[in-house]
Design a protein around this ligand. Structure first.
Ligand SMILES: [Zn+2]
Ligand SMILES: [Zn+2]
Length: 737
């Protein structure tokens, strides 16, 4: 133990700590005289009967908490440099905007390993003397030579690299750990040195790519939001890579967000080839806990210069953030659907604003929100309307009218003929149906009964290979019943089609073809998707059947035919965002055809070949389609022309959820005409995992007005008396209704 020396203050010092509790405030704790915990430090504190890890958000000499109730910080974690001010600002903004507690957000923003009460065994690459260490160094006895040597090496320096410290022996390293534990020295986030990127062999940029790159690099050092609208195959990745390279060369770091990393292996390997070793940190939920925490730390200390990750990576505290990229910015997986319901895309834009740097939102089919921002001049539009590969064109789209064309087992004859011709040429066909399983419904032909989930208001889906019924909402698995549960009829039959049924039909029709089904069932095992994708690229499959997993940014050079089944279902969905999503999905999957030197073709089976969505798809005309949808949204008063939030409640019984919402409405603060608050209604999926769900919609044309109302309202809702089994939360900019 190192005794605190004279001159170190013995006054009780107070830290304000963010804790993962649903109470929206910081909690005061007393810091021991031998402890150092600047803002951003993780600490272990008692809360009730347990101990929990929190993050220090501030400190003071006095507390409003009565001294007899003030408790002590149990432990200070010095394994990482303090989380920087910009990270805390992001957490605070997220908490305010999404109506959550600062501590809940701080907790969610940390990798799980850093929420645990055990320090990360990480060798920091730099250290600095703390104030206590500076004071103590003066009076350290000469016989503690390792400690003295370390303190002297750090004295008079803002920080030093670990490699430059006298740490040659185990005793010296023990001394280092003792000094860190005593709070005399702490890990330091070193100022980053520029790192060399290793560019892979490159294609020359075409004029549009070059113009986009020039615009982005020309905006370095300023907040500049860009919407990069590039058709499928236009070479957006190359623009991202070069912009990232330029940024890293200039000493900055880069945050790249993608919807689902294992579905975009091409992007990951392109970045991996350019940014070697630790300079690239990939972050997603599939990375093992400790490794994820280490990569988070590397970004914090500036060792990792490029962070490539899914939505959770938006909370990575990169040193010297100088460029933000959000690929496939329209993808709804950027929105977190439970806990802190943030949009990583929107937070990415906020981060760029905070860091005074450019942000690039890229998509072939931008979200209407981003498109509207580009139309109104808030974002700068960069267009890449050509495929990057010279001569490559978007494939023609043929609408196959199911009212007149004959079908065989759900597949229209023209599609079957086109598959025949594709196989004869030795090329690959992709059949897209966005529904996994064998059939979405198992029903009785006699009385109309359909197998439903006992926990959700949803039908069970037939999965034939395993011979079970599955709920796609809660995961319930049930045996296939032998007879109707109502009338006893033994003739219960699967209705509708999923990937497994289409696969079976194709196998029967093309017995010689090698079939590959790619959906979340067939790719569940770790690394399985990459293997299947490799099979496709290497030509070890003739026909692919798959869901939207196949639609993401893959390059399958041998695919020249894309068939789309059952897209009409999304045209009648109640959700006003359904057409936007369907168009994005179809344009993405159509973009898989003919990406190399062979021309492609897309066939869409539909009973509504004159629907504006299909006509726009046939022309690959996103711009006009977006204009039409925006007109509809404007006249209907939907986003982006209004801002929305919902207060949701869930309970075992619907009446209890609705009752809480009614009470919340009665308690709502006074509001002016600029805030519209609707009546409680059950959600579209009214029951999920044995909880009934209902919500109240709030709209306003002014985001500021909406925020002010929500903040005041949340305070009131928090004071309501409610049954313990009724839960509530706000969802700002919701995607689920
Ligand atoms: Zn029946
Ligand atoms: Zn269910």
């Amino acid at each position: 133990m190192i005794e605190p020396s004279e001159g170190v203050t013995r006054e009780p010092r107070i830290v304000h700590v963010a804790l993962d509790v649903p109470i929206d405030r910081l909690f005061d704790y007393r810091l021991g005289a031998d402890m150092q915990a600047p803002a951003g430090t993780r600490v272990l504190v008692p809360f009730g009967a347990r101990e929990t890890v929190g993050v220090v958000f501030g400190s003071a000499t006095a507390s409003d908490t009565p001294p007899e109730r003030l408790r002590d910080v149990r432990r200070v974690f010095a394994d990482l440099p303090p989380l920087p001010e910009h990270w805390r600002a992001l957490v605070s903004f997220t908490a305010d905007y999404y109506q959550r507690g600062v501590g809940e957000v701080a907790h969610a923003a940390l990798p799980p390993r850093l929420r645990r009460a055990a320090p990360l065994a990480l060798e920091p690459d730099a250290y600095a003397l703390t104030e206590a260490g500076r004071a103590a160094a003066v009076s350290l006895p000469g016989r503690q030579k390792h400690r003295r040597a370390l303190l002297e090496a750090l004295a008079g320096q803002p920080w030093r690299a670990a490699a430059d410290l006298p740490l040659a022996t185990p005793a010296a390293r023990r001394a280092l750990h003792d000094l860190v534990a005593a709070g005399w020295i702490m890990p330091h986030a070193r100022e980053s040195a520029p790192c060399d990127a290793h560019p892979a062999p490159r294609h020359a940029l075409n004029a549009e790519q070059q113009a986009a790159l020039d615009a982005i690099t020309g905006a370095t050092g300023t907040f500049a939001p860009f919407l990069l609208h590039g058709i499928t195959g236009s070479g957006k990745t190359e623009v991202y890579l070069r912009a990232a390279e330029a940024t890293v060369r200039a000493g900055g770091s880069v945050l790249v967000l993608v919807p689902e990393i294992h579905l975009t292996p091409a992007l990951e390997s392109a970045f991996g080839a350019t940014f070697p070793g630790e300079t690239l940190a990939t972050l997603h939920s599939g990375v093992a806990e400790t490794e994820r925490a280490i990569r988070f730390a590397h970004a914090l200390t500036g060792r990792a210069r490029v962070v490539l990750g899914t939505r959770l990576a938006v909370f990575t505290p990169l040193a010297d953030l100088a460029l933000v990229i959000v690929d496939e910015e329209h993808d709804t997986s950027f929105k977190q659907s439970e806990g802190v319901r943030y949009s990583a895309r929107d937070l990415a834009v906020w981060r760029a604003r905070d860091a005074h740097c450019p942000v690039v939102l890229g998509s072939a089919t931008p979200s209407l929100e981003s498109w509207h921002n580009a139309q109104t001049g808030r974002y700068r539009l960069l267009s890449m309307p050509q495929r990057a590969r010279p001569g490559a064109k978007l494939p023609p789209v043929r609408l196959v009218d199911l009212r007149t064309e004959p079908m065989e087992d759900g597949l229209a004859v023209p599609l079957l003929q086109a598959i025949d011709a594709t196989l004869a040429r030795g090329e690959q066909a992709l059949v897209f149906i966005n529904r996994r399983g064998y059939a979405p419904v198992l029903a009785c032909g006699a009385c109309g009964w359909a197998a439903g989930c006992t926990r959700c208001a949803a039908h069970l889906v037939v999965h034939l290979p395993e011979r079970v019924l599955r709920c796609h909402h809660c995961g319930l698995v049930a045996p296939v019943p032998r007879a109707c549960a109502v009338c006893g009829n033994v003739d219960v039959v699967p209705f509708g089609r999923g990937t497994q049924r289409v696969e079976a039909a194709l196998a029967a029709r093309f017995p010689a073809a090698r079939l590959l089904r790619i959906d979340s069932d067939s790719t569940r095992a770790q690394g399985r998707f990459a293997e299947l994708a490799e099979d496709v690229r290497e030509g070890r499959a003739d026909i692919l059947v798959g869901t939207q997993i196949l639609a993401k940014g893959h390059d399958f050079p041998r695919v020249t035919l894309v068939g789309v089944l059952n897209a009409d279902a999304a045209l009648v969905a109640a959700d006003y965002r359904a057409p936007e999503r369907l168009f994005a999905q179809l344009e993405q999957v159509a973009g898989r055809a003919g990406r190399a030197d062979r021309p492609g073709e897309v066939l869409v089976q539909t009973r509504r070949p004159d629907h504006p969505l299909y006509l726009a798809l046939a022309r690959h005309d996103y711009t006009r389609f977006a204009a039409t949808l925006l007109d509809e949204r404007r006249s209907a008063g939907f986003p982006p022309f209004v801002h929305e939030a919902v207060l949701r409640a869930d309970a075992p019984e619907l009446t209890d959820a609705v009752e809480l919402l009614r009470e919340a409405l009665r308690a709502a603060p006074p509001r002016d005409a600029h805030v519209m608050v609707y009546e409680p209604v059950p959600m579209t999926l009214a029951r999920l995992a044995e909880r009934a769900r209902a919500h109240v919609l709030v709209q306003s044309r002014s985001r500021r007005t909406l925020q002010a109302f929500l903040t005041a309202w949340r305070e009131q809702v928090g004071h309501l008396r409610r049954r313990h089994d009724v839960r509530w939360h706000f969802d700002v900019d919701p995607l689920e209704f």
